[in-house]
Design a protein around this ligand. Structure first.
Ligand code: 1CP
Length: 344
């Protein structure tokens, strides 16, 4: 395999000194890019995920266009529920829809821990192709949804601000919930191991809805499963946990042995560092909506963010995914400002 020409992120995750702070953006391969929209007009969402040549092209777009220090596989967290036997649709301007959500013991009988090579081979094919096309320019990030966040969609059946039905399922039928969470965990471990075997240089676990839980419920319904995933992966590749809104669990997440922890914009970097301790890399935490500011202000806020994190053990990123209405030159200004202002 070709040696990496830019391994800033991997070195930062290992706690090694780097020339500058590395940068990438969550959901960087997506709707703010006209080049993505052109492919979106021609192919369905899952067709884009399942066709290695398309997934590869979309994955490479932000590397070429905005100059990020890592590529993230173009796919979705919902390919896992799909592989476990659920129907998943993506409805234009509405988001994901799972028409037959899980509410009962009988519903759970439809769910399997699949052979990931059989059901998700297209992801591994895409990873091999992307690695070849990247030709060592930047590392490739593999990813999966955290079990709690996947349960949210599998039970609620669609996006939600509160995921109240998913919570009700956990609180009213905890045994079923834990059975499902364990099945997702086992699938995810096998899936991410294969991503790494196919060439992913590092992996991120997205717990987008972790912050909807109380600290106690986060431990019960999310962290104990993330802990199993990190334990299975961390010696194979650097692993990042991004649990949006779950700043209260930074200490416990650091104790999993993950190399990196993502934080959103609702916590000060200094406080996150106090909670997380010195042995982990922090990733974040620019407010994605701040990319809608004028470029001069984006640059000034990036500078303040880099100063707040201080040198080392920081990967610059947004605190959540980039919004579809961000102008490309604003995204580029964010990336360029990190490269320009980072102090090591
Ligand atoms: O073109 C379109 O309309 C599809 C929009 C889209 C895209 C570009 C979806 C549907 N998924 C994706 C790609 C995607 N999803 C990536 C690609 C790589 C990259 O980061 O560039 C990744 C990492 C994801 C992960 C993902 N999907 C998460 C976790 C991260 C987050 O943003 O919180 C979640 C929650 C999803 C579910 C999902 N898939 C798609 C949408 C619009 C959503 C969110 C729905 C909701 O708000 O509940």
């Amino acid at each position: 395999m070709t040696a990496l020409k830019n391994d800033l992120i991997l070195r930062t995750l290992r706690g090694e000194a780097t020339e500058r702070t590395p940068v990438w953006m969550m959901r960087q391969a997506g709707r703010y890019l006209p080049e993505y929209m052109a492919l979106r007009a021609k192919y369905g969402f899952f067709e884009r995920c399942q066709t290695p040549e398309l997934a590869c092209e979309i994955t490479l777009q932000p590397v070429d266009i905005v100059g990020v220090d890592a590529a993230i596989l173009f796919s979705d967290i919902l390919v896992v529920p799909q592989a476990m036997g659920m129907e998943v649709q993506l409805i234009e301007s509405k988001g994901p829809l799972l028409p037959e959500p899980i509410h009962t013991k009988k519903d759970l009988e439809r769910i399997v821990v699949p052979d990931v090579q059989d059901r998700l081979h297209y992801v591994f094919d895409a990873i091999r192709l992307i690695k070849q096309e990247l030709n060592g320019r930047v590392p490739l990030i593999g990813f999966a949804g955290a079990p709690w966040t996947l349960l949210c969609y599998m039970v609620q059946g669609k996006g939600s601000k509160t995921f109240d039905e998913a919570k009700a399922f956990c609180y009213q039928q905890p045994e079923l919930a834990h059975q499902l969470l364990q099945m997702i965990t086992d699938t995810t471990i096998a899936y991410m191991k294969e991503q790494i075997a196919a060439g992913a240089d590092m992996v991120q676990i997205f717990d987008s809805w972790g912050g909807l839980l109380s600290p106690e419920d986060f431990e019960t319904f999310s962290l104990q499963y993330i802990r199993q995933i990190v334990a299975a992966l961390k010696d194979l590749a650097p692993t990042i946990i991004f649990a949006k809104g779950a700043w209260f669990a930074l200490e416990e997440m650091a104790a999993t042995g993950a190399h990196g922890l993502g934080i959103d914009w609702c916590i000060k970097p200094q406080l996150a560092r106090q909670f997380a301790g010195d042995k982990v890399t922090l990733q974040g935490n620019f407010d994605p909506a701040r990319l809608l500011s004028p470029i001069t202000e984006i640059r000034a806020s990036v500078k303040r963010m880099l100063e707040a994190f201080g040198p080392g053990r920081h990967i610059a990123n947004l605190g959540h995914g980039i919004l579809p209405n961000v102008p490309v030159d604003h995204a580029r200004a964010f990336v360029d400002a990190v490269k320009e202002f980072s102090v090591q």
